[in-house]
Design a protein around this ligand. Structure first.
Ligand code: P6P
Length: 282
């Protein structure tokens, strides 16, 4: 792992306990919306401000973009890496005290950039314990974060061969027929694990095997999730762990990036299940 990437991931890990401890007093919605039109919690802005300041302070970081702000912030240092961040993925779970966390994509091209230019991806998961999963240099590693330090608990993490769980976003009546037919099959075969925060649900897939999707909807043909901040980094992690991702027909990492808040249908998990989905949508 290069020193620059290690320092960047260390910074995300070191910030996690401070984000977590600051959540309880920031459960209220402000009167602002993020660029995707979603109401912002005080916690969203708190996490975003801390991550922006600390990541842009690194010489290796040339710019910072976030789900919570309209445009990319460029660093004076002119570093080689461009960070796309979902500072608090699943923050709407704060009200019900369920999982959430931070997603970071480290691109080596200015943003918006396609997923093939990801050098490293990571998510921090605020569960009963705080963990971090990273993809870098062809391998996925899981850490426990203690006092802001990363401690390796799983090396070369791979998606288990035999799928057990699934989680699908949206509402059944809003699913296009071909996805609804696929979902009906999966629901008979696997156990439902859907918690409203992508990283919590994806961590179930990484742990037990299965499939997660927030598909194209009749009401939203591009789905809900953002390519740069959610789709690409998580696809990078799942594909590096031996799974597959898809926008319905191709890897998310091959979806051309046209805008920093661009949405994309997201399907990812065991290769066989995602291939079955692509056949169903073909
Ligand atoms: P819904 C969280 O807001 C998020 O962006 C993802 O983490 C999650 O998978 C999805 O939206 C949940 O959306 O419509 O189920 O509330």
């Amino acid at each position: 792992m290069s020193d620059d990437i290690a320092a960047l991931l260390d910074t995300v890990a070191a910030t996690a306990p401070e984000i977590r401890v600051g959540l309880s007093g920031r459960r209220s919605y402000g009167d602002t919306e993020n660029p995707s039109g979603e109401r912002q919690l005080a916690a969203d802005e708190y996490a975003d401000g801390m991550l922006e300041t600390r990541l842009l302070a690194l010489d290796a970081v040339g710019s910072y973009a976030s789900e919570e702000r309209e445009s990319v912030i460029t660093s004076d240092a002119g570093g080689d890496y461009h960070v796309a961040c979902d500072p608090l993925d699943g923050s709407s779970n704060l009200k019900s005290n369920n999982t959430m966390g931070t997603i970071v994509g480290v691109y080596d091209e200015p943003l918006p950039a396609g997923g093939r230019s990801l050098v490293a991806s990571a998510f921090v998961l605020f569960g009963p314990i705080t963990t971090m999963v990273t993809a870098h240099e062809g391998t996925v590693t899981e850490y426990v974060i203690e006092d802001g330090d990363r401690r390796v608990v799983t090396e070369d993490l791979t998606v288990p061969e035999d799928p057990v769980v699934y989680g699908f976003g949206g509402r059944v009546p809003d699913w296009p027929d071909d996805f609804a037919d696929y979902a009906a099959d999966i629901e008979r075969e696997l156990k439902l694990r859907y918690g409203g925060a992508m990283i919590g649900d994806v961590n179930q897939v990484l742990t037990y095997g299965g499939v997660f999707a927030y598909p194209a909807l009749d009401s939203a043909p591009d789905g809900k999730l953002r390519l740069l901040f959610e789709g690409n980094p998580i696809a990078h992690i799942v594909e590096t762990a031996g799974g597959r991702s898809s926008d319905g027909s191709k890897s998310l990492l091959d979806v051309p990036a046209e805008g920093i808040h661009q949405r994309v249908p997201v399907h990812l998990g065991n290769t066989a299940l995602v291939e079955r989905l692509e056949a169903a949508l073909a």
